[in-house]
Design a protein around this ligand. Structure first.
Ligand code: 6PG
Length: 236
């Protein structure tokens, strides 16, 4: 596991874009699970504006680590955020985009999307394997859409699960731990002072961290990079 600390959200975004360009250039095809959230939004804007021309988008296949169960045109949709800030600005073939269909019944969509992963990704050890999973972390230590009060869903014996947001009750579809930790590489994009306590507890292996789903992100490959700004890293 590696921790990279940068001055600001913007410099985290630039550094991650450089990492992503190199990763994509190094492989014949790249299957990536995207995250929602404010830091990925900054990354998508940076990627589209300054790095897109360095990427052969025909070899990039995009998925989502989680999605809200809303229409793809809803302002809450992670797909819509990605469409607005990245997909509408780069020349990625539509057939390379595999969105979680949030408008469907959550439980059946979790099954359907789990099958999409089995069909589209390389199967390694009986499980579909991403080249890269991009994650954020909530102030409460959630990641993807696995929350502390639903942490047992991390270990669900399926590729995806339907989960309710602990406050709003909004249903979401999320990858499970067996898929996230099976990825060749995982990148955490975590910025802002609100994350500092959880980042400290997790990266310093404090006992309290066990309650946070983000602490369960431990890729079998060992390739996990935390991209942090100084605020999120301020207690390290
Ligand atoms: C979502 C994201 C979620 C996000 C965290 C961090 O659907 O909201 O997948 O897991 O990454 O909530 O979000 P911020 O980066 O905006 O703090």
């Amino acid at each position: 596991m590696e921790t990279r600390i940068f001055e600001s959200k913007e410099s985290v975004a630039k550094a991650f874009c450089e990492y992503l360009v190199k990763l994509i250039a190094s492989k014949p095809t790249v299957h990536i699970a995207l995250s929602g959230g404010s830091t990925p939004k900054i990354v998508f804007n940076e990627l589209a504006a300054h790095y897109s021309h360095q990427i052969d988008w025909n070899k990039v296949f995009l998925y989502w680590g989680d999605e809200r169960c809303v229409e793809p045109t809803d302002s809450e949709s992670n797909y819509k955020m990605t469409r607005d800030h990245l997909l509408s600005k780069v020349r990625i073939p539509e057939v390379n985009i595999f969105r979680i269909q949030g408008e469907n019944n959550p439980e059946s969509e979790a099954v359907r999307y789990g099958r999409v992963l089995d069909e589209q990704l390389s199967m390694v050890g009986g499980l579909p394997q991403f080249d890269l999973v991009i994650l954020g972390m909530g102030d409460d230590g959630h990641t993807a859409s696995i929350f502390p009060d639903s942490i047992a869903k991390w270990d669900a014996p399926s590729n995806c699960v339907a989960v309710a947001h602990p406050v709003s009750g909004q249903i979401r579809v999320s990858l499970t731990g067996r898929i996230i930790n099976h990825a060749k590489e995982v990148a955490f994009l975590v910025t802002g002072i609100g994350k500092a306590e959880k980042v400290q507890e997790i990266l310093q292996n404090q006992p309290s961290a066990k309650a946070y789903p983000a602490s369960l992100v431990q890729p079998e490959s060992g390739k996990l990079i935390w991209f942090l700004d100084q605020e999120a890293a301020s207690l390290l």
